[in-house]
Design a protein around this ligand. Sequence first.
Ligand code: IVH
Length: 677
Amino acid sequence: MNERNKILEQFKKKIANLRKHNKLYFVKDKPEISDSEYDNLKNEIIELEKKYPFVKKDGSVDLIVGAPPSNKFKKIKHLIPMLSLSNAFNQGDIEDFLKKINNFLNFGDKKIELFSEPKIDGISATLIYKNGQLKNGLSRGDGITGEDILDNLKTISNIPQKIIGKDIPSLLEVRCEIYIGKEDFKKLKDNFANPRNAAGGSLRQKNSIQTSKIPLKYFAYGFGAIKPMSFKTQSEFLEKINKWGFVTNPLSKKVNGILEIQKQHSTIDAMRSSLDYDIDGLVFKVNDLSLQKRLGNTSNSPRWAIAYKFSAEKAITKIKDIIIQVGRTGAITPVARVEPVTVGGVVVSNATLHNEDEIKRKDIRIGDVIQIQRAGDVIPQVLSVDVSKRKNNSKKFYFPTKCLCGAPTNKELSNNTKKEDAVRRCIKGYDCEYTAKEKLKHLVSKEAFNIDGLGKKVIDQFWDLKFIKNPSDIFNLNYNKIKILDGWGDLSIDNLKKAISKSKKINLDRFIYSIGIRHIGQESAKILAAFFVKVKEFSKLIDVKKRSIILSNLVELDGIGETQINSIDNFFSNKKNAEITLELIKILNVNDYAIQVKDGKFSNKKLMFTGGFHKMSRSEAKSIAENNGAKVLGSISKKLDYLIVGNSKPTKRKIDQAKDLNIRIINENEWNKILNS
Ligand code: IVH
């Protein structure tokens, strides 16, 4: 082989290799090399192209679209968090949504105008304009902090870089969904699993020239910060920004009441396949922005909007095996390993079987032909079994009564219903290696320690190699051992070190959430953090004697009930949990909870409500009080400043107790006056 051919061979091999790794990353979601190794490979190709231009006739790196996204974007805090939406899957869910809104606003059965928009299945981004000039463009990131992807967003030609018109707010943040048209995607489909992946990959290219090769489009759907705010409704906002040059979705519409909602849902569902973009449902938003403001948010999603998903896509496949998975709470979940099948553009090879009862009820067996469905990002479910295709020698599946670790499992009795839980659990906690591994995954997850580069797969790998066993091991990793593993290079090690070191500084609420006490989610963790303020106070729960006193005080917290208190008690009664918590506190730098003392009518005051109010629901009263600086308690104590008594069925005992303790009592009229003053 002459020199020229040798070089050509070498070049072709590298190009093929690059394509292989692109595919592993984007299509299979299983990268085999690290970002830095990928970059090296690409640089080698670029060098060859520069040195020997003749190789280019056999392909060029420029022609390969899509490269693993960079993690080198500048991180910027969102002006207002980018929340997600809660989902509805049927009419009942929508009825619940409407009921909750009416309850919160105390609106009885009044019909509230909603605005319906298609839910575009793309990637969200936010555009910030100052005095009409596009200044910033961020990805959603974790919702609190996004990445600066302005250069890439600027490649989308119809995103206005300057808005011209009357009454343009000096600060305008437009939220939008970036997507790739179905037709355009056809040219890219060898490189990406679906249009959404392609859009995400393209937006996160470090080199915006790569981004510009992929035809991105967008729809603007909402706003973040606006100053001054002059819009009254969502529909008015969209109309206005459309006049200013933003692309808004033409299939949006005002709707009133459940019938119109259902009608709009089926109308758009019927049009779905003829649209040039993927939609996975409709978003229904309370149209009146002042009502949106009153409704506010729960920790991750607004109360004023919901995503009403279209029915899930279904497929037929066969169960190859039924395996058992153990979750972080010890829950034993059966999972069907199925013959791979494509459902809505995604290859599915696992489906959940929920629990023992579900398997019994549907008599699901290994070897069965089944129908599965995939809705959104959740793990596909088994819908039904085709018994006619069952072989004669097929055997019933008996659910194991032991955990994978060998320990016996149990089903709890529910406090409320006094019924046995459907879920079997291993109660060994960190002493069960399966539960422990999942607890570590929870610990590093986005909402907890949020350690970039330490995903579920890496935890699995490090666990199998015995690099980690307890949470504290994560903060004492031996990087020399990791360095020699396949897929790790200097750059990725360096990034991991930085991410871990950064995560050592953690806020108390996140810390409480991270240690994984059952029934303590993000919201309860915040309530507890506001109560303890300092990690030192929190750690007193480890001491048996102090614990019982503290637990009796927790009763007064609005939002913490018997279930949570029992669970905290159980958690710290376990010696291992106590050790692990102490060890973590020692290594970490847990910040005091910064109680956001909001300036307002009730700054630093402790309030409690009893009875119902005429003008607002209890939830709204609570949220108004909190927004005005109050802490809302759940029981009468000396600490209480005011007891607010609603006209409808207040508890007499509470009023008497408050009187005994000389607590100021405010009746409904006075309460309304204070709010309006
Ligand atoms: S409103 C507070 N409207 O869906 C959240 N979202 O699951 C308000 N999306 O992050 C979101 N189309 O990326 C809204 N018409 C639409 C949407 C839409 C797509 C995406 C968006 C958001 C995600 C929420």
